[in-house]
Design a protein around this ligand. Structure first.
Ligand code: PMP
Length: 372
């Protein structure tokens, strides 16, 4: 694996914390299936239920509300299919695991800062009395912009509808009250846990019928033998995240340094969502005239890992639907990268990033950037 010289792609996957690595490593030596009634199975079941308790405590919910999955993509699909609604409303900035799961959904627009338009949500719900499942993520993965989930939930519930909130990019980054959504989804590896684990949390008024049949695991709601190492690591990861919440807040200072540094190099460089409340670790930065994938490759050559906001499908970069929904031009949306910080990020990493950003900008960018 490439040496992580400067890793600034935490929103894609956060490196596991040492306590998580230790817990996962220990499970690899275990024998048995958590559904077996013998002692081996019961011991593993105990570890699984302990992790469920940890996730429940982290979210202040009951353990029975939690359905472990292979990650947030599966959890989002499970919610969308299991809820059984014929009508779907989806914010314009949802992750593809939601957007592509309900292609015929009505779109709830966002404003120029990337915040969901609650008046438009209300108008959509008012114009048609059919109850809907409304999907709004709690923080966008590209911009970090936080969404007004409490207010959205009030509107949704007042219309007899239900709310699915993908909390993947806010959980463990801020102390948020996520008690209002009817369906909540999480991903372990965004929280410095192992990949291959996640959860769907069902609220008390959330209709749910398992869309997949098989064994009785997860109370029959998600059949299939659970990923025990992943789930045990997930449990430790949420405990670590809860402990480290105030340290995570401090990343905001590093992000300010980063954004001020970019602006000092190119005063008109656009930083998307900058005027809205954001999670402390994410920055979406446009370098005019330089395609995102060129930037990502140039940074990679310099040993710096960042990510393109745009999605790559069959070798062709599509401009980010998130930035387009915020009113960005296709050119600006295709020249933007996402930089995401995390628990191992140091001031030196930001300095290294800025040095390289400046070099790439002078080598490939438009001199005298225009506002995107
Ligand atoms: N939702 C959001 C907002 C995400 O950022 C991601 C990961 N990019 C997912 C869902 C999918 O998560 P997973 O990798 O666990 O399937």
């Amino acid at each position: 694996m490439a040496k992580r010289a400067i890793y600034l792609d935490y929103n894609a996957s956060a490196p596991m914390k040492p306590a998580v690595c230790e817990a996962v490593a220990e499970t690899l030596g275990w024998t048995g299936n958590p559904s077996s009634v013998h002692g081996f199975g019961r011991a593993i079941r105990g570890a699984l239920e302990n992790a469920r308790g940890q996730v429940a405590e982290f979210l202040s919910v009951q353990a029975e509300q939690i359905i472990f999955t292979s990650g947030a993509t599966e959890a989002n699909h499970l919610a969308l299919r299991g809820a059984g609604f014929a009508r779907h409303l989806v914010s314009a900035i949802e992750h593809d695991s939601i957007r592509k799961a309900v292609p015929g959904a009505e779109t709830v627009p966002v404003d120029g800062n990337g915040v969901v338009d609650l008046a438009a949500l209300e108008a959509l719900l008012q114009k048609d009395a059919t109850p809907a499942l409304v999907s709004i993520l709690s923080a966008n993965n590209e911009t970090g912009v936080l969404q007004p989930i409490k207010d959205a939930a009030k509107i949704v519930h007042a219309h007899g509808s239900r709310l699915l909130c993908d909390a993947v990019q806010s959980a463990g980054k801020l102390a948020l009250d996520l008690s209002d959504p009817d369906y909540l989804t999480l991903s372990s590896h965004k929280l410095a846990g192992p990949t291959g684990a996640g959860a769907l949390i069902l609220g008390p008024r959330a209709p749910f019928t398992a869309p997949v049949s098989g064994g009785g695991q997860e109370r029959g709601r998600r059949p299939g033998t659970e990923n025990v190492p992943g789930i045990v690591g997930f449990g430790v990861a949420v405990c670590e995240a809860a402990k480290d919440l105030s340290r995570f807040q401090k990343l905001q200072h590093l992000r300010e340094k980063l954004e001020m540094g970019v602006r000092a190099i190119a005063p008109l460089a656009k930083i998307f969502g900058m005027d809205a409340p954001r999670v402390p670790n994410t920055s979406s930065i446009c370098m005019p005239g330089v395609p995102s994938e060129t930037q990502v490759m140039a940074f990679d050559l310099a040993g710096i890992a960042v990510s393109a906001g745009a999605a790559c499908s069959s070798g062709k970069m599509d401009p980010s639907h998130v930035l387009l929904a915020m009113g960005a031009s296709s050119q600006a949306a295709s020249s933007t990268i996402r930089v995401s910080l995390g628990w191992e990020t140091k001031a030196g990493d930001i300095a290294g990033f800025l040095k390289e950003w400046e070099a790439i900008y002078h080598r490939l960018g438009k001199q005298g950037a225009t506002a995107a």
